[in-house]
Design a protein around this ligand. Sequence first.
Ligand code: SF4
Length: 238
Amino acid sequence: MGRIHSVESFGTLDGPGIRYVLFLQGCPLRCLYCHNPDSWCIKSGQEIGSVDVVKDILRYKNFIKNGGVTLSGGEPLMQADFAASILEGCKQHGLHTAVDTSGGVSLLICRRAVELADMLLLDIKAADDALFRKITGHSINNTLEMLEACENMRKPIWIRHVLVPGLTMDDKQLKALGELLAHYSCIERVELLPFHKMGEFKWEQLGKPYTLGDTQPPESEQVEHARSLLRGFGLPVK
Ligand code: SF4
């Protein structure tokens, strides 16, 4: 059994093709810009068994046969055994699987789920540990170990990185990210995501202080600048 936050049966943003995206409950990080703070608590959400999840996924098999299934969150690897059972079930039915993760959970807990996934969407909050801690409240170590493990497993990765003015939208930080990522041949794509405030109201509803209220989304020129800066490191930036 596990706990889920929500389902998107025709997702087009989280991995290749049209995908069934399952958002799992629970996250160990506390990102300042999180747009799903209601997914943090692992005890909330709907309780469901992995067999029933896979049954529901199969209702959409024809629509997602050229795409697949993405486990997202929250942090899907926080419920590692539940995630692994779902991935196993998808595999048995020939469905492509992706895990959308921050890498924030130790591989000691989630290695099996990572091995089962066909690919990872790895959201790296920052390359610099001090900035990573400032954004998430945690060290970057688990995320770096995840990158290294995927390289060793030859697991394809799409990197995601949120551009936040005043935090990550900074040449020095972007260069540090470029230098880090340039070492990994398992990276097939790098997606830069402009910061937005669509989740701010959820913070208010939960009575949690949102500290980025005065931060504006980056201008399109700034996003393009960040893209070309990372392309300079030979990275496949989209
Ligand atoms: S890892 Fe994702 S779900 Fe968790 S706090 Fe950060 S943005 Fe929110």
